[in-house]
Design a protein around this ligand. Structure first.
Ligand code: BGC
Length: 749
């Protein structure tokens, strides 16, 4: 493994600039404030390889599906998060020569993402010709004012002679997406003025909304303002100054970014931009920074996880939480958590099952219940789209999409969209998980019961009855293991289908008569569901005492991953797709994902047999894999394995484990460190309204502690060589179970 950043507890920092690592560095220094975010690309022009990207939450474009051979039911478009107008651009000339770190000579490079404060800084000394100019770029996306981007550039002339600094600062709509299907530009510019630009996403043929974004720039600087060029798709303001030997100059750029998601029509956008710009005008850089860092300080106070004895593990955990909070802190219920958040184009910033399966458990533990409830409501509000998806496959009920912005399936690989239907069960599971954790039944008995009913109707139609076996089956699916498609009777999918039906029937017993009437589930329908529950086929092998991933899996050439030569890993970058499909290798937990979800329903022997069989066959080439394996390994007391998986999930991107971080971070797997530590090492579970722990301290660590939100309480858990210490920080007394013993927690202060 080649680390490109130093190991420090609060910073992602390096003093090396290697152009071959540019994209990785950009990904790993991404910033976001839930409303917008950006990769750590440079403000100034850079002629080397780079993936610039700024993204606005909820702003997307339906790019027409491009496939060789059209099949009925294909989604018509692929939803893409689009590169926003570049508002951070600041080109620099020193004595008439453009600054371009691919060409300009420099020393003393430092790139530093301060996770405690949410600030990105880059500094270096330009040593071209006789120049010696120290340049520092600093930027943050305000966590206190979502529309605000703040940048500061500082120049210090270290040479004996004066230097002429010329800056060209732009709002530039000449941006593209690297993954555009037709190399098209996604923005149509409405208007450009000296200090603002308004652009709208291109029209589309699919009836999805267009988005308008407007940005207004203001400056605070001791450089002299010159001309402003207004081009068709950009506005560029020029500044200059002769900087005497030893002197310093600063340039602050503030941009407010508003969109049609919040303001209707250009006039409303303009008014909002002016108001927000005026609001910041009276504030200094220090004021704006202080308001921003205060929000981060509050977040860390509530959710920081401290690890002593292993700085790499500590840094990984903080990086996870930092990037997760930068993507979603629950402020806007219309948004969700894209697998790459605001850090890249891939996965289109859209919503995946990742949210329900991997993000919900974490948000339950770190924020107020409303945040998770909003994530559940997001799906409820998209039911109409889910009906369309089911109808497109000729099926009843609701099929929630694999990838979406609006409820309609926005992804176009058939083996994923048509076949990876376990997601419907994962969405049902999240309703159960929320209710179990919070004790709040208000969602499940209202909106949730509707979602569950429609999911169950889908399952009841999607199963078929095998007369030969006298059992219900589900053929032609892809499980969470995407390294095999079109399989029959995927254990994960069949289990979730059966469980969803059973859970829905349970919930239906509790809903009000009015709600029951609205749902309209007839007795015959219930009886049919009950029949499916009773006769669902779940592949099982008696000799091995394992659940079988899907029919035929055990007939494969079952060589473990350890038999693959190291230079052929990851297999998805070395083998043909055909080779992968034929192989027995599992991309991410499939049977084991179910065992993680329903860990209390399996015996320790079942967990052990299945883990011992499947883990050695798993390549973990999905970022989502390691966390759940850490929990299972911890439960099985495989401590070393648990720690290995913790590091793999917490440092997945920082260590570029799967060699795929260059095009963005794996934001939904940033939940992994928390899952591995809290559910794994600390063994946190909630069952029958009781919170329990079964902690252990990894050998390499001397101590860890975390804060957890549970039913109106904040609990601090500390585990060290002396044992486990729980403290109630906030809320009413609570009984919790630690290693089988009940303790009553009460506030001492
Ligand atoms: C995983 C999926 C996941 C997607 C987005 C894929 O590599 O296999 O399970 O939903 O990435 O994170």
């Amino acid at each position: 493994m080649k680390r490109i950043f130093d190991i420090t507890p609060w910073h992602v920092v390096t003093t090396e600039f290697k152009p071959e690592n540019k994209r990785l560095q950009e990904s790993m220094t991404s910033l976001g404030n839930g409303y917008m975010g950006m990769r750590g690309f440079f403000e100034e022009d850079y002629s080397g390889d780079s993936l610039p990207g700024i993204y606005l939450g909820g702003v997307w474009y339906p790019d027409k599906t491009r496939v060789g051979w059209w099949k009925n039911g294909y989604p018509e478009y692929f939803g893409k998060v689009i590169n926003a107008v570049n508002f951070i651009k600041i080109n620099v000339q020193l004595n008439g020569k453009s600054l371009d770190l691919a060409k300009t000579r420099f020393t003393d490079f430092k790139l530093d993402l301060d996770m405690q404060r949410g600030v990105l800084t880059r500094s270096f000394v330009v040593t071209e010709d006789d120049l010696r100019v120290a340049v520092t770029f600093e930027r943050f996306l305000s966590a206190a004012q979502k529309e605000l981007s703040v940048q500061k550039v500082t120049f210090k002339n270290l040479a004996d002679a004066p230097v002429k600094i010329a800056l060209a600062s732009a709002l530039d709509a000449n941006v593209k997406n690297e993954d555009a299907n037709y190399d098209e530009k996604f923005w149509e510019v409405h208007q450009v003025s000296a200090d603002s630009l308004i652009a709208e996403t291109m029209p589309n043929n699919f009836g999805t909304p267009r988005f308008t974004s407007g940005m207004q720039v203001s400056y605070v600087t001791d450089l002299t303002a010159g001309t402003v060029d207004q081009q068709a798709a950009a506005t560029t303001a020029h500044f200059e100054r002769d900087l005497a030997a030893g002197a310093t100059a600063t340039f602050e750029k503030r941009v407010v970014v508003v969109t049609s998601r919040d303001y209707d029509g250009d006039a409303a956008l303009i008014t909002a931009m002016a108001r927000l710009t005026n609001q910041t005008a009276s504030q200094s850089y220090a004021d704006l920074l202080a308001a921003h860092t205060q929000v981060w300080a509050d977040r860390w106070r509530q959710s920081d996880i401290r690890i002593e004895g292993d700085t790499a593990a500590q840094q990984g955990m903080r990086f996870n939480l930092f990037e997760l909070f930068s993507t979603y802190y629950g402020d806007d219920p219309r948004l969700n958590i894209g697998p790459k958040g605001f850090t890249g184009e891939k996965y289109g910033g859209a919503t995946y099952w990742d949210t329900e399966a991997f993000a919900v458990p974490v948000y339950l533990g770190i924020t107020k219940p409303e945040v998770t409830r909003n994530l559940l409501m997001y799906r409820y509000k998209q039911l109409d789209g889910a009906y369309v998806n089911a109808q497109q496959q000729g099926l009843k009920g609701a099929l929630f999409p694999m990838v979406t912005f609006n409820g309609i399936e926005c992804h176009n690989e058939w083996e994923i969209t048509f076949e990876e239907i376990h997601r419907n069960g994962d969405i049902a599971f999240a309703i159960y998980n929320y209710t179990r954790y919070t004790g709040d039944k208000s969602y499940v008995l209202h909106e949730g019961s509707k979602v569950l009913t429609e999911i169950s109707r889908f399952w009841a139609d999607r199963v078929h009855f095998s007369k030969r076996n006298g059992q219900y089956m589900i053929h032609g699916v892809t499980g969470p293991d995407e390294y095999e498609n079109n399989v029959d009777n995927n254990f994960n999918t069949n289990y979730l289908a059966r469980w969803s039906l059973a859970y829905t029937l349970e919930v239906l017993k509790e809903v009000s008569p009015e709600q029951a009437q609205q749902l309209g589930v007839s007795d015959a329908e219930k009886a049919h569901w009950q029949d499916i529950i009773g006769r669902m086929y779940l592949p099982y092998d008696k000799d091995l005492d394992i659940f079988v991933q899907h029919d035929g899996y055990l007939d494969k050439d079952l060589e473990p991953v350890a038999a693959i030569p190291a230079d052929q890993l990851p297999i998805n970058q070395h083998w043909s797709w055909d080779h992968i499909l034929r192989s027995p290798y599992i991309k991410q937990g499939d049977v084991l994902q179910i065992m993680y979800d329903f860990i209390d329903r399996f015996t320790p022997e079942q967990l052990k047999h299945n883990f011992d069989f499947y883990e050695p066959m798993t390549v973990h080439e999905s970022s989502l894999s390691a966390a759940i394996h850490a929990v299972l390994a911890a439960d099985l007391k495989y401590e070393d394995k648990a720690v290995e998986f913790y590091n793999r999930t917490a440092r997945l991107d920082l260590d570029n484990y799967n060699n795929d971080t260059d095009d963005g971070l794996h934001i939904t797997s940033m939940t992994g460190g928390w899952i591995a530590m809290v559910q794994g090492f600390a063994g946190m579970r909630v069952k029958d309204d009781t919170l329990s722990y079964k902690p252990f301290l990894p050998k390499q660590w001397t101590k860890y502690s975390f804060r957890q939100v549970f039913r109106g309480r904040v609990i601090e858990v500390t585990v060290d060589a002396q044992g486990t210490h729980l403290e109630l920080i906030d809320g009413a007394p609570l009984d919790v179970v630690v290693n089988g013993q009940t303790q009553t927690l009460a506030r001492t202060k």
